[in-house]
Design a protein around this ligand. Structure first.
Ligand code: HXC
Length: 259
């Protein structure tokens, strides 16, 4: 397993890869190197058929406190324009396998945006979400003005981005930013259990379902339904669908191959 500076990478079980953000002295601030390491890890996970699901987590106290303010402060306008960060974010959003986050503590700025890049967020009850960039005299830079409004709607997104105020996990749950709230000490355990459930499904069906659902953010209903129909039809050619249906009829557990 690769050694990194800003993250820890583990295999809590064979088919799950766990990325732990690990810059405690900087409250897991996401400097460029952190995003590079996450991207490299995801790229390797995408190519490794034994990995079915990736989980990202932080510490009990902080998921990630945003972009690294000290690093960002060095960037002038042209530096920000030619920066690699947008490419890293693009790579994270293009990851085709399920990506889950177990969030405890603060998920602020780019930390909140990272949570919005994943497919399913499970939050501890003490988690806090916010886009505090306005307090620094700037605005979100990793999709916060776009994904947040599409996820939680205009009133709450405007409140968060324009005031810099944080919301707690229960509010995030009610708003649809997170899928589930757990006791703080069980967040990772519950997220890994959910990851395990997903890892047992057909990776092909999971991939096409994820792709079709994410497309709904970009295209109109008709185009989305067309993609769904084509992917649904494609699954009829798969060994996984055959196995899933046969297993159901034979009253046994399916064994999906991803073909
Ligand atoms: C760099 C950070 C940091 C960050 C914390 N630190 N957040 N360093 N980037 N985003 C550093 C502090 O400078 C400090 O370093 C150490 O971590 C501990 O921070 P404290 O504030 O003392 O910790 P705590 O009291 O536990 O409070 C945690 C916190 C707070 C609530 C998360 O640190 C905080 O509000 N952080 C900033 C959150 C934020 O504004 N995020 C948006 C980032 S902006 P030293 O060296 O003093 O020990 C963004 C894009 C725009 O995402 C950037 C434009 C410049």
């Amino acid at each position: 397993m690769e050694t990194y500076q800003d993250i820890l990478v583990d295999r809590p079980q064979d088919d799950i890869l766990l990325i732990t953000l690990n810059r405690p002295d900087a409250r897991n601030a996401l400097r460029n190197n952190s995003l590079l390491e996450i991207t490299e890890t995801l790229c390797a996970a995408a190519a490794d058929a034994t990995i079915r699901v990736v989980v990202i987590t932080g510490s009990q106290k902080v998921f990630a406190a945003g972009a690294d303010i000290k690093e960002m402060a060095q960037l002038d306008a042209i530096g920000a324009l030619i920066d690699n960060r947008p490419e890293y974010w693009k790579a994270i959003s293009a990851f085709h396998k399920p990506l889950l986050a177990a969030v405890n503590g603060y998920a602020l700025g780019a930390g909140c945006e990272l949570a919005m890049h994943v497919d399913i967020v499970i939050a501890g009850e003490g988690a806090k979400f916010g886009q505090p960039e306005i307090n620094l005299g700037t605005i979100p830079g990793a999709g916060g003005t776009q994904r947040l409004i599409k996820t939680v709607g205009k009133p709450l997104a405007m409140k968060l981005v324009l005031s810099g105020e944080m919301i707690d996990a229960r509010t995030a749950l009610a708003a649809g930013l997170v899928a589930e709230v757990t006791a703080d000490e069980h967040t990772l355990e519950r997220t890994l259990a959910l990851a395990g459930t997903i890892a047992g499904k057909s990776p092909l069906a999971i991939r096409l379902a994820k792709e079709a659902m994410l497309k709904s953010f970009e295209v109109g209903l008709e185009a989305g339904l067309n993609l769904e129909r084509k992917s649904f039809s494609l699954m009829a050619a798969s060994a996984d669908r055959k196995e899933g249906i046969e297993a159901f009829l034979e009253k046994r557990k399916p064994k999906f191959s991803g073909r």
